[in-house]
Write a protein of this length. Structure first.
Length: 278
């Protein structure tokens, strides 16, 4: 029998808010919050013990919730008001779990973390404070020619240096590359809103063309995912002949990534190329 909570004053809700906001409580209790279908699925596959799952029926179906009871997890329905109170992100598909830590370090793949920070107006230190280590890519949204940065405790970084040398990953005379990375960090973060705006323009235009569909709610940063009636390889080849690179991620699905070298004129050219399919 599924339970339901509708008040933000409920003790369970207060605990969720505290777990979300207080790292000290998470360390004391060994509990942490997992948001989203994919993340919860990965937690289950990773043998994490899920204490409770909370879902918003407006976003997550009762049938999906009932299916989770097969894992012998307490499943509780919460109102949309409660969900908005406890969710850290607005795009986590209406489901949140409280999980028990396995005494494992938690790493964040922050390849596009600056895009996420700019798009959500969330300070970077707030986004990463729950993690033991973070990797940051300097060459994707930031536009440096090469490089990533690994962030962690002094002990962790010392171990990383050792393992990097053991696997032959050291680089000599890397100062020029580091300078490019520093320039990107100093000058290419705030301008990411331009990439996000161009991605939204692309998504809206492609979605309006017969034979193509874009879920506009998923276009939050610089990526556009679209489906086509035409097989994805044919779409890729046709666009490539016009000098436009897209990545096929399924038989009829592709991804477009906008970056600092993509101009307004480029966006217009891509839209014209898509219209040629119609």
């Amino acid at each position: 029998m599924l339970k339901k909570i509708s008040s933000v004053q409920n003790p369970f809700v207060k605990q969720l808010v505290q777990l979300k906001e207080k790292s000290k409580l998470r360390k004391q209790t060994g509990l942490f919050i997992v948001e989203g279908k994919r993340e919860i699925s990965l937690a289950i596959k990773g043998c994490y013990k899920l204490e409770t799952i909370y879902y918003c029926a407006d976003l997550f179906s009762n049938a999906e919730a009932a299916a989770l009871e097969a894992y012998e997890i307490d499943v509780i329905e919460i109102s949309k008001m409660v969900y908005e109170k406890v969710a850290h992100r607005g795009t986590t598909e209406g489901v949140i779990a409280v999980a028990k830590a396995n005494n494992c370090a938690v790493h964040m793949d922050g390849a596009r973390i600056f895009n996420a920070s700019v798009a959500t107006n969330t300070p970077l230190d707030r986004m990463v404070r729950e993690y033991d280590s973070i990797s940051i890519c300097l060459s994707k949204g930031l536009g440096a020619p090469i490089g990533s940065v690994l962030v962690g405790s002094r002990t962790f970084i010392a171990q990383a240096h050792r393992w990097r040398k053991m696997f032959g990953g050291g680089m000599r005379q890397a100062g020029m590359l580091a300078a490019a990375g520093l320039h990107a960090l100093d000058h290419h973060v705030e301008r990411m809103v331009e990439d996000h705006s161009r991605a939204t323009q692309l998504a809206t235009s492609i979605n309006a063309i017969n034979g193509f569909t874009v879920d506009l709610s998923t276009v939050e940063t610089n990526m556009v995912y679209f489906t086509s009636e035409i097989p994805a390889p044919k779409v890729m080849d046709a666009l490539a002949s016009s000098g436009i690179d897209v990545l096929d991620i399924g038989p009829h699905s592709c991804r477009i990534v906008v970056h600092l070298h993509v101009t307004d004129d480029d966006v217009s050219e891509v839209i014209r190329a898509f219209k040629n399919f119609a």
